[in-house]
Design a protein around this ligand. Structure first.
Ligand SMILES: [Zn+2]
Length: 104
């Protein structure tokens, strides 16, 4: 994925909020797969307006278990390969940025 970043400080404000607090999903559409009148799969397509990540969550029409969830990320949301951060690291980065902004 091109445009990946090395450090949380390089993320956009929106992406950093999502990394810290979670996405703000908005409805895009629901996709229904039917077979002979029965719902086989139900796919919820959602978009986060803050960071432009989209999510497709496919649910089994009989058991309602989640069969798969896929995400599509905008550039600058994803970290470079090998860089892994915990929720605490993201929170630290978000709060550091907020405090720095307040000090200006
Ligand atoms: Zn988001």
């Amino acid at each position: 994925m091109s445009g990946s970043v090395k450090d949380p400080a390089d993320l956009t404000d929106g992406a950093l909020v999502c990394r810290d607090e979670g996405h703000s999903w908005r409805f895009v559409e629901d996709l229904v797969v039917e077979n002979r009148g029965r719902v086989v799969e139900f796919t919820q397509v959602r978009l986060c307006p803050r960071c432009s990540t989209s999510r497709r969550r496919t649910i089994d029409g009989r058991t309602f278990a989640i069969k798969r969830t896929t995400y599509q990320y905008e550039r600058d949301y994803v970290l470079e390969r090998g860089v892994r951060l915990s929720r605490l690291d993201w929170r630290r980065a978000a709060i550091t940025r907020a405090l720095r902004r307040r000090a200006v």
